[in-house]
Design a protein around this ligand. Structure first.
Ligand code: PEP
Length: 253
């Protein structure tokens, strides 16, 4: 029998958010969360690094976790401008996103580097959200499952467990475009990812959370969250305001 998996709804603010307005949105989200009883899902905000510390303070006493958007593969050293996983842990993060397609594209990050980052996240005792997904051209060529399978094999390190790892399937062509795959397409890809995770990580792979990401909004969240093997969402644009993010969270609360 498939294990019951508690969904995760994660907001990725990317390079958006200034202190006053950003913290107001985080507090508003916490207010909405505070009005419901026991939450049926976990909620996470990944603001820019500049807002991690004040957001942790603003969300104290709430059930919203905070996470980083990236980290270095090493714990410290001469790496100007980078942040390490232990630093993110030190500031109160529970999760770190690694391998987002914008990092892969803008910074040329390979699956091998992403695996090193995920290992660093695990070593720090944090949870890695490892992103994979095909481009529009790859989908057109019918390579979606092959691309995603290859990224999955190369980006996930040994030692992934249901506790320390979340996989986010984010078709690159769906990110920030308003386009989404059909529910059947999502089911096909998530089913294939689940099968691979089971083969490699056995029971841990069966229980690992699989998020869908790419233009999730209040209007499509319920349909996407109902797809088999979808255990939550990674949300970009629609996580920036409580008014947009709350209806997505509410689909699984
Ligand atoms: C993302 O950046 O991970 C993402 C899914 O963005 P959006 O929701 O804006 O498509």
């Amino acid at each position: 029998m498939a294990p019951k998996i508690r969904p995760l709804i994660a907001g990725n603010w990317k390079m958006n958010g200034l202190k006053s307005a950003g913290l107001r949105e985080a507090r508003n989200l916490a207010k909405s969360m505070g009005k419901v009883g026991k939450a049926g899902c976990e909620v996470l905000l990944c603001p820019p690094a500049t807002l991690l510390a004040p957001m942790r303070e603003a969300l104290k006493g709430s059930r919203i976790a905070i996470g980083g958007q990236d980290c270095h593969g090493k714990a410290g050293g001469a790496h100007t401008g980078d942040l390490s996983a232990p630093m993110l842990k030190d500031i109160g993060c529970a999760y770190v996103i690694v391998g987002h397609s914008e990092r892969r594209a803008d910074h040329g990050e390979s699956s091998r580097e992403i695996r090193a980052k995920a290992e660093a996240v695990h070593r720090a005792g944090l949870r890695a959200i490892i992103c994979i997904g095909e481009t529009a051209a790859e989908r057109k060529r019918g390579q979606t499952l092959a691309v995603v399978g290859k990224q999955l094999a190369a980006s996930l390190p040994k030692g992934c467990t249901a506790k320390n790892t979340v996989v986010a399937y984010e078709p690159v062509w769906a990110i920030g475009t308003g386009l989404t795959p059909t529910a059947d397409d999502v089911a096909e890809v998530h089913g294939a990812i689940r099968a691979r995770l089971r083969r490699r990580f056995r029971d841990e792979g069966a229980a690992m959370r699989l998020l869908y990401g790419g233009s999730v909004k209040g209007s499509n969240a319920a349909e996407l969250m109902a797809v088999a093997n979808v255990n939550g969402a990674l949300v970009g644009g629609a996580s920036l305001t409580a008014a947009d993010f709350w209806p997505i969270v509410a689909t699984c609360i």
